[in-house]
Write a protein that binds this ligand. Structure first.
Ligand code: NDP
Length: 498
């Protein structure tokens, strides 16, 4: 590290200090609502990643490793306080980074301290066990120990919330972190590092290396000093990350994409279901892994649901994500906009019927940003690509069904299994469907709800492992078995003791 960091030129955050490595390449940070560059980040090299991992290792072997569970918990509460103090500022940075609404990011930032407080409460409850053995002279017990250095690769859609899912349990269990955020939205993570300083964490417990996935992300996932990789992003990159981690026997947690079915039965309360469907696909411009992108609608109400969806969708206010009245901001980056645009042609050529949207808004003020209209396709068949592939944008596919069995068959006919929604007033049906759906989360008469208390993760290609909830902390520990013979005797040296 050599060059001082100033203005909106961000360095890497390694060992408690910001710095730009000598001869570092940089990457522009673009505000997707305006298309303007507003900051610069470092395009880290593999050597920079190595420096961050080494700093984390030193912290783990040193000050952090010596910290008691109670002290860790107190620091995490101070971290939560520091996030609360800067919540508005961090939310605004996230809006400039990824174009999501201030009302959405403001709500996320208000909620994030809760993750750190919840897992702080678990820091002194990570208990081993005494094991009652068959041989009474043995006194056996287990210890649960931290892994060491863990590497996180986060995406651009909700960087700090997604980080909280993994950082909170990792810290509570006593690990050190190296984070590689998406090059499209890194600034909030760099600013977030200041909260660790404000809270008084030892240097090196939390490090941020920015840069491309292909270089910095790859170097982190391949680094032999990293004991676990937690990744959130696309299924294709997730598979690459898992292969890289396998190369040095690191464990992985993968939170990947989805093609979530959002099922509306004829007995549903449509006054609640219609806003539910809209929130499932148009909140965050559909740029969320839990987007309810396949609306499965029972035939009796198919026309009515279409009509009501169309009416509300046409009134969605697209625009400046900072304004309180805006309901949909831009796509988070140019490649994402291009990807969303391309799927309109894919859907049309497969025979889906465009009901509304399908292009960039014509409003003059929105031309420089990466805006895209909320879009609905009807008469979609589940075999069409628009119903099978993750778009990660504001495109809803409506698919008709006749009965529970057909709804379940269509819902489960996907490589993914992250979220799902059911709207019905029949409790028996809700329970049957919840049991039958192959997805990590089933929301009944609600959608897009998330909590640190509830396990979250995917079936099938939607991921490996669960974040949130008490069990999540186990992924950041490893079990040590301790055998103590209280009455040692010379046994047969050539036979295993069983
Ligand atoms: P990626 O899965 O490629 O990127 C996610 C994260 O992985 C980013 O930090 C990225 O860095 C990093 N990365 C990329 N390549 C590697 C690699 N070889 N080794 C380690 N890390 C890597 O998603 P994209 O941003 O390209 O988006 C493409 C699609 O992925 C979206 O359209 C959407 O379908 C899905 N997606 C899903 C998300 C989810 O929440 N489940 C979130 C984001 C995307 P960098 O951005 O710097 O390249």
């Amino acid at each position: 590290m050599a060059v001082a960091v100033k203005g909106n030129t961000y360095g890497l955050y390694i060992d408690g200090e910001y710095g730009v490595p000598r001869d570092a390449k940089t990457l522009p940070v673009i505000n997707p609502a305006t298309g303007e560059e507003w900051a610069t980040i470092v395009d880290a090299s593999a050597a920079d990643v190595d420096a961050a991992v080494r700093a984390a290792q030193r912290a783990f072997e040193g000050a952090w490793g010596a910290t008691t569970p109670g002290a860790r918990a107190r620091l995490m509460h101070k971290l939560a306080d520091a996030i609360e103090a800067r919540a508005s500022e961090l939310a605004e940075i996230e809006v400039r980074d990824n174009g999501k609404l201030l009302r959405e990011m403001g709500a996320q930032l208000k909620a994030i301290p809760g993750w750190y407080r919840y897992f702080a409460g678990l820091a002194d409850k990570i208990e081993g066990e005494t094991i009652p053995m068959e041989r009474p002279t043995l006194f056996n017990f287990t210890l649960r120990e931290p892994l060491g250095v863990v590497g996180f690769v986060t995406p651009w859609n909700s960087p700090l919330l997604i980080l909280a899912f993994t950082a909170a349990p990792a810290l509570a269990a006593g690990n050190c972190i190296v984070l590689k955020p998406s090059e499209f939205a890194s600034v909030s993570s760099l600013e977030f590092a200041k909260c660790f300083e404000a809270a008084g964490f030892p240097k090196g417990v939390f490090n941020v290396v920015t840069g491309s996935g292909a270089v910095a992300g790859d170097a982190l996932t391949r680094h032999a000093g990293v004991a676990r990789i937690a990744f959130t992003g696309s299924a294709a990159t997730g598979a690459r990350v898992a292969a890289a981690a396998a190369g040095h026997y690191a464990s992985v947690g993968l939170e990947l994409g989805g093609k979530s079915p959002h099922i509306v039965f004829a007995d549903a309360n449509l006054d609640a279901a219609i806003p539910g469907l809209l929130s499932g696909i148009f909140a965050a411009g559909g740029q969320t892994c839990i987007a309810g992108s396949r609306a499965l609608v029972q035939r009796e109400i198919y026309d009515e649901v279409q009509r009501r969806l169309l009416e509300r969708t046409r009134s969605i206010k697209i625009g400046d994500p900072f304004l309180a009245e805006t309901e949909m901001g831009p796509m988070a980056n140019e490649p994402q906009l291009k990807k969303v645009e391309s799927y309109v042609e894919v859907a049309k050529s497969d025979g889906a019927r465009l009901v509304t949207g399908g292009g960039r808004p014509s409003t003059a003020a929105l031309q420089r940003g990466y805006f895209f209209e909320p879009t609905i396709f009807a008469d979609v068949r589940n075999e069409m690509r628009i119903a099978r592939e993750e778009v990660f944008g504001p495109i809803l596919s409506i698919i008709p069904f006749s009965d529970e069995a057909e709804a379940l068959r269509i819902a489960n006919d996907t490589m993914y299994g992250l979220g799902s929604g059911i709207w019905t007033s029949d409790i028996g049906r809700a329970i049957r469907m919840a049991r039958g759906i192959k997805a990590g989360t089933v929301w009944v008469n609600t959608y897009r709800a998330i909590s640190y208390q509830m396990p979250f993760g995917g079936y099938k290609a939607s991921g490996i492992g669960r974040e949130n909830g008490i069990e999540a902390i186990r992924d950041y520990t490893q079990t040590k078995s301790v055998w103590i013979e209280t009455e040692p005797v010379a046994g047969d040296p050539f036979a295993i003791k069983v």
